[in-house]
Design a protein around this ligand. Structure first.
Ligand SMILES: Nc1ncnc2c1ncn2[C@@H]1O[C@H](COP(=O)(O)OP(=O)(O)OP(=O)(O)O)[C@@H](O)[C@H]1O
Length: 369
């Protein structure tokens, strides 16, 4: 699959942009703050119906404007797909595929798979379990249409349970009501747990492989799925903790407390990994995610590599570009502030590429092969 061309109006700092892409490698070079990341984010938005970087749509709309439009022409399984996204201030966003509006955005997510590697991925190492759960949810929902619904339903039941725990006093505490919720909660918990477990298990082997390829292979890396449900069935878990939950007035166990632990030589990478090792780990994780999505969906995702060279030594940069430029990967978008570094690395790859200079939100094609 590839994105043939993109048109952008009023998306973040980009007032009006039209770009025709190479089917393999596209490089955007420019100084800080010129709009490189914003273009990658626009591509991500067209696939995932949300920004990778900004948490709300109002942050995505260009300051002072009241609408934005993104349009992309894709080639997916040799079929042309025209995707439109429009948002008007105060109204919802609209997504259309070949002129037909989607009723549910969830039907679009995963249709044009995408994997972003960005400096903000550091939050996966530094941040809370919630950020890692969000990451896992985001990947699984690209390949599993019902998964997000299951998580939403679980969370809805969880908040009902929590408000019961909070409002019921000791005298009128209703075990019956809580138990009725727990029956449904357990069903969703079991399904979500098994999907997360399968995802992590599939990722582990590929992660190590990519880490070795990029780093030259010294350390052993892994991820571990941490969940209360690893050693207990959900109904037992909720039942055994009900007294504690009653005292605490919230649900202290369940898949809403899941986490994935990122490990290097069996230690948490957050505490022992150097910055370069952490960055290599996150890149390997994203490449493993690429493989996972490609295998399950049968479509190679678009790979967005934003500012990936920072903190990587020259060897790792070469290994990485060699790796993603080969046939196993599809279309790639790379940003960098250093033109010479990118030119030098690309000089050694045999695939086609286009090179764009980015200045003040304008994208100028300066070289292609
Ligand atoms: N909603 C918005 N409206 C207008 N401008 C915005 C909006 N959101 C972000 N910007 C601007 O976009 C610019 C950042 O662009 P971007 O992140 O694409 O830069 P970049 O070229 O990737 O730079 P770097 O090399 O530093 O990563 C900033 O000047 C920021 O003020």
């Amino acid at each position: 699959m590839y994105l043939d061309n993109l048109s952008v109006i009023n998306f973040k700092s980009l007032t009006q942009v039209e770009v025709q892409f190479d089917t393999k490698i596209n490089c955007f070079v420019g100084n800080n703050g010129q709009g490189k990341t914003n273009l990658l984010d626009a591509i991500y938005y067209l696939s995932m119906c949300k920004s990778y970087i900004s948490s709300t749509d109002s942050q995505v709309l260009k300051h002072g404007e009241d609408f934005f439009v993104l349009q992309g022409k894709y080639n997916r399984n040799n079929t042309e797909e025209n995707i439109y996204c429009g948002l008007k201030k105060g109204e919802g966003k609209v997504f259309k595929r070949n002129g037909k509006e989607y009723e549910r955005l969830a039907d679009h997510i995963g249709f044009l798979p995408v994997v972003m590697v960005s400096p903000i991925d550091g939050e996966l190492v530094e941040g809370s379990g919630e950020q890692r759960r969000k990451y896992v949810n985001g990947v699984i929902s690209q390949i599993d249409k019902v998964y997000l619904d299951e998580v939403i339903r679980y969370n809805r039941l969880l908040s009902q349970r929590n408000s019961l725990l909070k409002t019921y006093s000791k005298a009128n505490f209703s075990y019956d009501l809580i138990e009725a919720i727990d029956i449904q909660l357990s069903e969703y918990a079991a399904v979500i747990h098994s999907k997360r477990k399968a995802f992590v298990e599939q990722l582990i082997g590929i992660l190590q492989d990519y880490y070795n390829k990029v780093s030259g292979g010294q350390e052993r890396v892994s991820i571990r799925y941490k969940s209360h449900l690893n050693d207990s069935s959900p109904d037992e878990l909720f039942k055994n903790n009900i007294e504690r939950d009653r005292v605490l007035q919230y649900t202290s166990v369940g898949i809403h407390r899941d986490d994935i632990v990122l490990l290097i030589d069996d230690y948490p990478i957050r505490t022992v990994g150097s910055q370069g090792q952490q960055k290599t780990f996150l890149i390997a994780l994203k490449l493993a995610q690429f493989d996972f999505i490609a295998k399950v969906s049968g479509i190679k995702p678009i790979l967005l590599l934003d500012d990936i060279f920072d903190k990587l030594d020259a060897n790792r940069v070469h290994q990485l570009i060699d790796l993603v430029a080969n046939d196993g990967f599809g279309q790639i978008f790379i940003t960098d502030t250093n033109k010479h570094r990118l030119e030098e690395v690309l000089g050694k790859v045999s695939s086609g590429y286009r090179f764009f200079n980015v200045e003040n939100g304008n994208f100028e094609l300066v070289e292609s092969k």
